[in-house]
Write a protein that binds this ligand. Structure first.
Ligand code: ADP
Ligand code: MG
Length: 336
């Protein structure tokens, strides 16, 4: 080989390396479109891989903001605000999304003996979980508020798309289902845009979409309910919804007792059978609503009813002892 040839050969190798390595790298770790927003009372992380990622993220944010505007019970233009204001007065016409979410809430209420009950609002309110002035109400006050809690008083008219609360003072709150429901809407957006991979985290409600780039599973951490960091990992391969309800997100402590934001519709008091439960499901709204219901009903109910709902669970009882359905044993790694 002449020296000229050698030079041009190395020049070729050099150019090929400069051009090809970034292309190969890009295939190995493509950069996702990432966005973090605050909506629906929580921080939301959106991570989308593939093509058209920016426009997909925009569409997702728009959907989140739409659901927030419909369900925010403090905003006087929301469907929920108008339904609550007209309790005992008249039916209120609502957006199909609101209607569907309430219909699905009533379905879960029926299936969980009323443990999941969106009409819990008057009870949440007297404990200060609506507005922020935490307090322990008197037993008489609790009894009075409980009289206003019944999902059977939520009257739906499918053809008119109206919602009516039978009694004055009754009120509903979609905080236990809205995030999971929104993840279902987001999954549809990802499907429609042919997205190859995405991860959405809405404050404890997670959607793993297909597989992460060049990996066999997503590592989803389970928060330590009584400390910093995580207490376990779920290895999720494919599209799943992972929803956690715990007593460590919003709570107050009085005389050494912890009072959290998930209420038992049976006692009118914060639920305290367990301290956290994570539900793996194929529908976002089911996982979200069931994690709340299982939190109220406790370990035994959760373990013996998970199969009926087609979900898997892992949770921690009040002694921090883990419990889980046998079908997730091989994807669950608990810290020793
Ligand atoms: P988070 O919203 O913190 O993710 P959950 O999904 O468990 O937790 O929902 C808790 C929210 O649901 C509460 O903040 C309240 O708005 C509402 N809620 C509380 N208790 C119940 C209940 N028994 N049934 C339905 N919704 C409830
Ligand atoms: Mg929930």
């Amino acid at each position: 080989m002449s020296s000229k040839r050698i030079v041009s050969f190395f020049a070729f190798v050099f150019v090929a390396a400069v051009v090809l390595i970034p292309i190969i790298r890009k295939n190995i770790t493509p950069k996702p479109a990432f966005s973090e927003i605050y909506s629906m009372n929580t921080i939301i992380d959106i991570e989308v891989y593939g093509k058209n990622t920016e426009s997909t993220v925009k569409e997702i944010i728009k959907t989140i903001n739409t659901v927030n505007a419909l369900t925010d019970d403090f905003s006087n233009t929301s469907d929920i605000y108008r339904i609550n204001k007209n309790a005992g007065i008249k039916p209120v016409h609502v957006n199909p999304i609101t209607f569907d979410m309430i219909q699905k809430s009533l379905y879960i209420a029926n299936k969980t003996n009323g443990a999941f009950d969106i009409s819990i609002y008057p009870v949440s309110k007297i404990w200060g979980f609506k507005g922020g002035n935490y307090r322990i109400p008197a037993e008489t006050e609790i009894k009075k508020a409980l009289k206003l809690v019944s999902y059977k008083d939520v009257v739906l008219n499918s053809s008119e798309k109206t919602v009516f609360l039978k009694k004055k003072g009754e009120a509903i709150d979609l905080g236990g289902i809205a995030k999971g429901y929104t993840l279902d809407l987001i999954k549809k957006i990802l499907d429609n845009n042919n997205i190859p991979s995405a991860l959405i985290n809405m404050g404890g409600n997670i959607l793993t979409y297909k597989l992460p780039p060049n990996k066999d599973f997503w590592n989803i951490g389970i928060k330590n309910p009584r400390g910093d960091g995580i207490i376990g990992i779920l290895k999720i391969s494919g599209t799943k919804f992972i929803s956690t309800s715990g007593d460590y997100e919003r709570f107050f402590i009085k005389n050494g007792v912890r009072y959290c934001h998930i209420m038992s519709p049976f006692t009118g008091k914060p639920a305290r059978k367990i301290i956290s439960v994570t539900v793996l499901s194929d529908k976002g709204y089911i996982g979200d609503a069931l994690s709340t219901a299982f939190f109220v009903l406790g370990k035994n109910y959760a373990l013996s009813n998970a199969k009926k709902f087609g979900v898997s669970i892992v949770g921690f009882d009040s002694n921090m002892e883990p419990f889980f359905t046998p079908n997730i044993k091989n994807i669950l790694e608990l810290e020793k």
